[in-house]
Design a protein around this ligand. Structure first.
Ligand code: ADP
Length: 274
């Protein structure tokens, strides 16, 4: 395939992605404020295990904040976020909700991988080390095993010949492929994609999107994706959530949201971006 992804059994073997048992995600009455700015207003939604959900909507509607909350890069103000049976909060002895402790957060973070708009590769490490550092330091995988897996993943994303390259010597599209491989190297069960092609030159966009679409289809990862590229949203999702001002305006399968949206705000948004 054009994306360079290996299909079928080879893919499972190399990527060791979950083929079952990925956790779902649930937001329950989640409130997030930045100062006086209420970014998420009692937000409720569920992503089923293995489901692929895309968040669309105007800039500033809170989409990225949702991903950052799941990565525990932000703290929530009210409500509960579930990843499988784990929460970002515990009940204390008095039945009061308190933030989960660091050990618990660490365990949760291990389940979640994220690919960022700006790649965020470690600039002072070569490509191979970008992929082995996390598994060795965080997951306690042996160096040999980490290297073997990293090579498999680089092959999977079409960069087998770049393991010694420095990130700065790679094109944006190649850097993003490395970032995708790095996220997979941590064997996540939930994958978060935040505007992953916005920083790419136009001719590199489709290759990276095809790669991600194939990964999404070949694995059983639970996927949450934020994108401004509506054909990619259509391609990769089982369900699309349309956001405005920190709330869900409308949701449904991509054919419905893009083909026959019911809400005026969705129609206005799609008209502006398509
Ligand atoms: P989207 O991804 O839909 O464009 P974001 O989640 O990035 O929206 O942002 C939602 C709102 O939260 C915006 O008004 C933004 O300015 C604000 N915001 C996001 N991060 C911060 C932050 N670290 N400090 C203050 N305000 C923030």
């Amino acid at each position: 395939p054009a994306s360079g992804v290996r299909k079928g059994a080879a893919f499972d073997e190399v990527a060791k992605l979950p083929q079952s048992g990925a956790p779902g995600i649930r937001f329950e009455k989640v409130v997030k404020r930045f100062g006086g700015n209420v970014v998420l207003r009692e937000l409720d939604f569920t992503v089923e295990p293995g489901e692929r959900v895309t968040l669309i909507g105007p800039s500033g509607s809170g989409k990225t904040t949702i991903l950052r909350l799941l990565m525990t890069l932000e703290k929530l103000d009210e409500g509960v976020i579930w990843i499988g049976d784990n929460t970002l909060w515990h009940m204390d002895k008095g039945g009061k909700r308190v933030p989960a402790n660091e050990k618990h957060l660490h365990e949760m973070r291990k389940q979640v991988g994220m690919v960022f708009q700006q790649f965020n590769l470690f600039p002072n490490m070569n490509v191979l080390r970008n992929l082995t550092e996390g598994p060795v330091r965080v997951l306690g995988v042996s160096k040999d095993e980490a290297v073997e897996r990293a090579r498999g993943l680089l092959d999977l994303v079409g960069l087998a010949d770049k393991e010694n390259a420095h990130p700065s010597r790679l094109s944006g599209g190649q850097q993003q492929r490395v970032a995708i491989a790095r996220a997979l190297a941590m064997q996540p069960r939930v994958l978060l994609l935040d505007e992953v092609t916005s920083a790419l030159d136009p001719e590199l966009v489709v290759g990276v999107q095809d790669l991600l679409r194939d990964i999404a289809r070949e694995s059983d990862l639970t996927l949450l994706c934020v994108t401004h590229e509506m054909h990619f949203a259509r391609d990769i999702s089982d369900r699309v959530l349309m956001f405005d001002q920190g709330q869900i305006v409308e949701e449904g399968p991509p054919d419905q949201i893009f083909g026959e949206p019911t809400e005026q705000r969705t129609r206005d948004f799609l008209q502006a971006v398509l």
